[in-house]
Design a protein around this ligand. Structure first.
Ligand SMILES: Cc1ncc(COP(=O)(O)O)c(C=O)c1O
Length: 378
């Protein structure tokens, strides 16, 4: 890996799409027929590999691949798992939890939302208290939560929530949006019924599709529930199982990219190896930003996927100028997404290493100097 971004190709310190390796890019350079036996075999192996990466047993779990971006996959799960007689309880502490609410509103899926502040982790006790209250009795069929809320980078306690939930409500369906954390954080997903992620986050494939790792027993109950043709995960699963093919045009090149990316994940030492590199990336950035006087928005449970910073208070600071200055140096950071503060985000995931992080910090120094802002900040 080199930290020299070319003028055409910038380093992406973003929540996605992310930098991918040259070998993943090379893997795309091949046309494949969607109904060819070789491609059908690749899909089958990829579906199995994703269950293995999740650390789940293949006789209980299966992967359904969904064309489109991550949101399409989240939407497909909410549409396909709601029986419309019981509500979905959405637990939100950021924009992606709120997006699930929008999906339910649009699709007229009955739901309630339990919102926590964007700068705080979801509180498991509060969720259980809410579900155990007499007003909630029999009302909810599923609970949906985001693992790493990419809005801020905060990591929600999905393992503990799942354990408590299944202990107290064994029939409750547990849906987790692990879009930005899957394969980048070591996690026990054994309580999760529908686990959503996409090809272009910590797996380091290219954008084009998402996937759901489904508990087969829960998926079997989804027949006929989706009020959508394309976003029906049950029908998509049946299609993949019956002849190994997608019902509609598959993202053939992106699938070849993810196949290569999964090989590279394994070579890196699996999820543990990848999480180690991302953690190191985040440590370099967090220490370097603190030295320069930048303040983090999240003080606890901030994980190692993406970090949010307050914009400096200096009168010369203008986010767009800061962003453009870094972009001119081939470094792309990301605007903030919280509603309560002006800030920006720096992602630590993708095909990036500690050297790239050090280089970004040097570029930040240069841009601050160009903006006539003394560093360290006051
Ligand atoms: C946690 C989470 N959920 C959902 C999404 C939506 O994914 P997409 O932008 O691919 O539709 C994202 C995107 O970053 C995300 O981080």
């Amino acid at each position: 890996m080199t930290n020299q971004a070319t003028p055409q190709e910038k380093k992406l310190f973003t929540p996605g799409p992310l930098c991918v390796s040259p070998t993943v890019k090379q893997a795309l350079c091949r046309d494949m027929g969607s109904r060819d036996t070789e491609f059908i075999e690749i899909i089958k192996n990829l579906r199995d590999t994703l269950v293995n990466i999740a650390g789940l047993p293949r006789d209980e779990f299966t992967t359904v691949i969904m064309q489109g971006s991550g949101t399409y996959t989240v939407e497909s799960v909410l549409l396909s798992t709601s029986n419309r007689e019981q509500k979905v309880l959405i637990i939100a502490n950021g924009a992606y939890g709120q997006r699930m609410k929008t999906i339910c509103e649009r699709a007229q899926i009955p739901f309630d939302i339990l919102s926590f502040p964007e700068t705080q982790q979801v509180n498991v006790e509060d969720v259980l208290k809410f579900l155990e209250s007499p007003q909630s009795a029999g009302l909810f069929g599923s609970v949906a939560v985001v693992h790493c809320e990419t809005t801020t980078g905060i990591v929600n306690p999905i393992e503990n929530l799942g354990e408590q939930l299944k202990k107290k409500f064994p029939t409750m369906t547990y849906i987790v949006d692990a879009m930005s954390s899957f394969a980048g954080m070591e996690t026990n997903y054994s309580q999760v019924d529908f686990l959503v992620s996409s090809a272009n986050k910590c797996l380091q494939g290219i954008p084009g599709f998402g996937f759901v790792i489904c508990r087969i027993a829960a998926l079997e109950k989804c027949k006929g529930l989706a009020k959508s043709l394309a976003l029906d995960i049950y029908e998509q699963w049946k299609g993949l199982e019956q002849n190994g093919q997608f019902r509609f045009t598959p993202p053939t090149h992106a699938i070849l990219g993810l196949r290569q990316a999964c090989k590279e994940l394994e070579a890196e030492g699996g999820v543990a190896g990848r999480a180690r590199r991302y953690k190191q990336n985040s440590e370099v950035i967090k220490a370097g930003m603190a030295q320069r006087g930048f303040k983090q928005l999240i003080k606890e449970h901030d994980g190692h996927i993406i970090t949010s910073y307050f914009c400096p208070a200096h009168e010369n600071f203008d986010f767009q100028k800061f962003y453009d200055g870094l972009s001119d140096l081939g470094q792309l950071i990301y605007p903030g997404k919280v509603t309560s503060a002006d800030g920006f985000r720096v992602g630590h995931i993708g095909h990036l290493n500690a050297e790239d992080m050090e280089h970004l910090l040097k570029c930040i120094d240069q841009v601050l100097q160009d903006m006539d802002i003394p560093c360290p900040l006051k």
